[in-house]
Unconditional design. Sequence first.
Lengths: 109, 140
Amino acid sequence: MASGVKPRVKVPKTAAAGDEITIKTLISHKMESGQRKDGDGNLIPRSIINRFVVDFNGQNVIDVTLEPAISTNPYFQFDATVPESGEFTFTWYDDDGDVYETTKKIAVS
Amino acid sequence: MKLTRRDLLVMGSVGMGLTALGVTPAMASLTDDEIAKITGGAEVGAGDLVVTAPEIAENGNTVPIEVSAPGAVMVAIFADGNPTPAVATVKFGPLNPTHAASTRIRLAKTQDVVAIAQMEDGSFQKAKANVKVTIGGCGG
């Protein structure tokens, strides 16, 4: 279990229908690549987030497969279209089976 | 034209230089393998796909990059010079208008960041950006 994992997401609170909005996400995670060695020369086993999915009202916005070459505290920025009011669901899948989830509501006028 | 001994020497050395260049195996064989796996050997063209990366990255541990691929359903990103070239695969859903994403990646050394996009019609596009890395970022 990776400790201290905290997702942070920035979504505008309101938008006009059909608007393109920019979403920024960050999750604190070591993203241990499996290439590094500890003080005794032993390989530190890989422990990363391997998948990141964003949905809006059940429709997919972006689906990313992450490899060890993604930096510590994976950051993503992308755009989304919002046809109606609803909720963004952000899901991160950890190598160890953990799933981190957060949601953000947006009001469309 | 009469060939002098000097002319012959010059020609010889140029020829050898060209041969050496031609014989050098492709640097990015691992990446090429991965790309072939995705495309299945299909032809890869150029297009609207753009990879944006800094020319010089002081710290290879976190290099900001951006891919922009209008009309693509999927973009795979590779780093030539990393121990494992795969970086990320991004699939764009129906609610994504711009088909662009930015993130931060690790680069072990100075190298090309390569992106392969699969378009809606099934064709492929390729783009790359060279990044000079001062301090590598893969540990070890």
